[in-house]
Ligand binder design. Structure first.
Ligand SMILES: NC(=O)NCCC[C@H](N)C(=O)O
Length: 410
């Protein structure tokens, strides 16, 4: 394909050559984590922040070395916030919480109106603690504890995969199920709506729709989208995404894939990710039990979205349903073949959460020795990165990246 017809943004697979990716370099929001709030904020430990930043910088460097353009979420946000309307919108949305009350909300609204775009980005990502507010001391600030958050920090912004997903040339702003993450999509929504780079981008789904998180959405191949249904994405969320994707002509089949509603398997990409056009790395302990319901449009997809009827096939083994939908003989599972305990340890440490840079080239955490050896034995080039601190939020290279442009494979 020549450069002048290459789409500006979008992806039709998990493995087309990665051109542009959105990352979030961990920042002051991680310093908000304490042993008292880490569970609520969905971290399994307290990361060493400067080391996490070093690890993340090495991740970004590994991507740039392979000619991937790295966009940082905070830089996009700061640029977006130069627009007065975007600033007003961001401030209003950040202060909607009922815990603030009218007096404090008005005080904070005025205070934030004077902040520079960069300062506002820091507030929107790292939050505001009660004891950081110098004025506005009314009833609410007096009664709240000094370390209560008036605006919650967003440590999980690190996992840019979850708050937006590109399918072909459209972006879905997702709807995040956990209260600790709900506000993330206010920021991605703002970026895609107001940043000049994304002007004219067409959208589907949205933060106000039924829950779907990006970690559950796998573009198995052009027109085939698998969506995990478990702790985060709901049956109604998949139904909504399918209807919208069919209506917009983005997919012909959506596979709804039930996964255990547990932290270890919070998203479909914690148990499997694509590493080639017809190869998937999969957590062996679930490989045999994973099933999929193939959803296809019934009748005219040009009809109104609400009227679009869905056909739902009886469940089949995931690999069978996936191969059928992709129109290939077999979707090969890379047999990580580990003993169940090693498999469980490496799955917990995001061994199955790889980020493909191109067919047969994937970024993976270095610590998962056995999974990585098996990937290499299957012909996959593994780009190893350190992740001891990054992984404390339970996410690997795929979770930490939102592909904004991939070369088409179809
Ligand atoms: N796609 C992913 O699996 N993302 C990882 C999200 C980790 C984050 N701490 C969470 O619990 O939502």
């Amino acid at each position: 394909m020549s450069d002048d017809v290459r789409p500006v943004h979008g992806a039709d697979s998990e493995v087309g050559r990665l051109r542009t990716v959105m990352l979030h370099r961990p920042g002051p929001e991680l310093k908000r984590l304490t042993p008292r709030n880490n569970d609520k904020l969905l971290f399994d430990g307290i990361p060493w922040v400067s080391r996490a930043q070093e690890e993340h910088d090495a991740f970004a460097a590994a991507l740039r070395e392979r000619d991937v353009e790295v966009l940082y979420l905070t830089e996009l946000l700061t640029k977006t916030l130069e627009d007065p309307q975007a600033r007003g919108h961001a401030i209003t949305s950040a202060l909607t919480g009922l815990h603030l009350g009218d007096t404090l909300r008005a005080y904070l609204g005025h205070a934030l109106a004077d902040a520079s775009p960069a300062e506002l980005t820091e507030v929107l990502t790292a939050g505001i603690r009660n004891d950081e507010v110098r004025g506005g001391h009314g009833l609410v600030t007096s009664l709240l504890a000094p370390d209560d958050f008036l605006v919650d920090p967003l440590p999980n912004l690190l996992f840019t995969r979850d708050s937006s997903v590109w399918v072909r040339d459209r972006v879905a702003v997702t709807s995040l199920a956990m209260p600790a993450r709900a506000r993330e999509t206010q920021l991605t929504e703002l970026i895609y709506t107001r940043h000049p780079r994304f002007a004219g981008t067409r959208r589907f789904h949205g933060w106000h729709n039924e829950y779907v998180e990006g970690g559950d959405v796998l573009l198995l191949g052009p027109g085939v989208v698998a969506v995990g249904v478990g702790e985060r994405s709901t049956p109604a969320g998949v139904e909504r995404l399918a209807r919208q994707a069919f209506h917009a002509g983005l997919a012909h089949t959506v596979l709804a894939v039930p996964i255990a509603q547990e932290r270890a398997t919070m998203h479909l990409d914690t148990v499997c990710t694509m590493v080639d056009v017809d190869k998937i790395v999969m957590y062996p302990n679930v490989a045999d039990s994973l099933r999929a319901y193939a959803v296809t449009p019934r009748g005219d997809v040009g009809a109104g979205e609400a009227e679009l009827e869905l056909a739902v096939a009886p469940p089949e083994p995931f690999l069978v349903a996936a191969a059928k939908a992709m129109g290939i003989d077999t979707l090969q599972q890379i047999d990580t073949g580990l003993d169940p305990v090693t498999a469980e340890r490496e799955q917990w440490d995001d061994g199955n959460n790889t980020l493909a840079l191109a067919p047969r080239v994937a970024v993976a955490y270095e610590r998962n020795d056995e999974t990585n050896d098996r990937l290499e034995a299957a012909g996959i080039e593994v780009v190893r990165i350190a992740g001891s601190e990054l992984g404390s939020g339970r996410g690997g290279p795929r979770c930490m990246s939102c592909p904004v442009l991939r070369d088409p494979v179809g």
